[in-house]
Design a protein around this ligand. Sequence first.
Ligand code: ATP
Ligand code: MG
Length: 363
Amino acid sequence: MSAYTVVSLPGDGIGPEITEVAVAALDRAASVVGGLTVNVDAHDASATRWQRTGAAMSEETFEACWDADAILMGAIGLPEARHPDGREVNGDVIFRLRFALDLYAGIRPVRSLPGVRPTLAASDPIDYIVVRENVEGLYASRTGGTNVRNEVATDTIVITDTGTRKVSQVAFKLAEGRRGRPLDGRRMVTCVDKANVLSSYAFFRSVFDDVAKEHGEIGTDHVYVDAMTAFQVQRPSHFDVVVAENMFGDIISDLAAATVGGLGLAASGDVGDEHGMFQPAHGSAPDIAGRDRANPTAMVLSAAMMLDWLGRRHGDDRALRAAELIDGAVLSVLADGGTVTADLGGTASCSAMGEAIVGAIGA
Ligand code: ATP
Ligand code: MG
């Protein structure tokens, strides 16, 4: 018997609609597997809460996230919910949790999906994972930027040995558990940097190379970030696992999502040594909120990733099996194509596609 407590943060816009589907999928998968319980404890952390109370997240919710086995986040933020300095309030939740829980690795799987019209002319299969360093790099400057006489703005990139080592280890561990690249099954980790121009990236690369020595059975290569964007479009089947500094990882994972059909399909996880938070890569999509039109795929796949992470972390085959069931159900609904949402060219509502996915998990 295994039991997990998951804090769900449905959030704003389409967040609650897609979270409802993900929770139904978790319930169904747990009951089909048997001996597995996922208790979902829903909390309000949202831009709407901020508008109502002045705080996007309560301390009680923060504590619950800290204590939970995992966090499942819908989508937080509304374009009009901003602090006086212009910052969006979703950072009050997402960045706070990312830093406080030390969720140092952003994991973004990218793969071609059945039934989804390919964005790229190249017909190569795509199946790789972008691992983005999440808490340092150039974005660490968000707290320490400088500004001289209002004429010059500078930001400082922060690359540490420890941070680079940890995120590189995550990439190699992921590669160990995968089938390898789609065409030749070769397992490999690609380090994306700009080591030819900036010493900080040269340092990132040297720490990566050091970690690679502990994983002799996994191949490695290095790609400069500018060349990377071209490879992602021209020969994406070259990649298995990719690791990059924070800003580069942000950019290449958005590009990666676009190459396989866009926002409604891209799952993500932010994980550390003790905590994990899973959410779709898209935002709260206020333009379609409340109309039962959102594509629940990215959210449901994020819930499957969460189970996969829990399963590996606890050596729990039931959780791994439940993750596979959910993933397979999503793929079968996409492949069938008869019950998909408008963004995929179908006419199904969010709830109808959700019911199809839950039904495909099993009875
Ligand atoms: P954020 O700033 O929160 O990242 P964003 O401005 O990047 O948000 P999204 O909320 O992700 O934007 O939405 C961008 C566009 O993609 C919108 O037109 C939205 O309707 C569409 N979209 C996003 N997610 C989905 C989804 N799950 N299903 C269908 N359409 C979606
Ligand atoms: Mg966005």
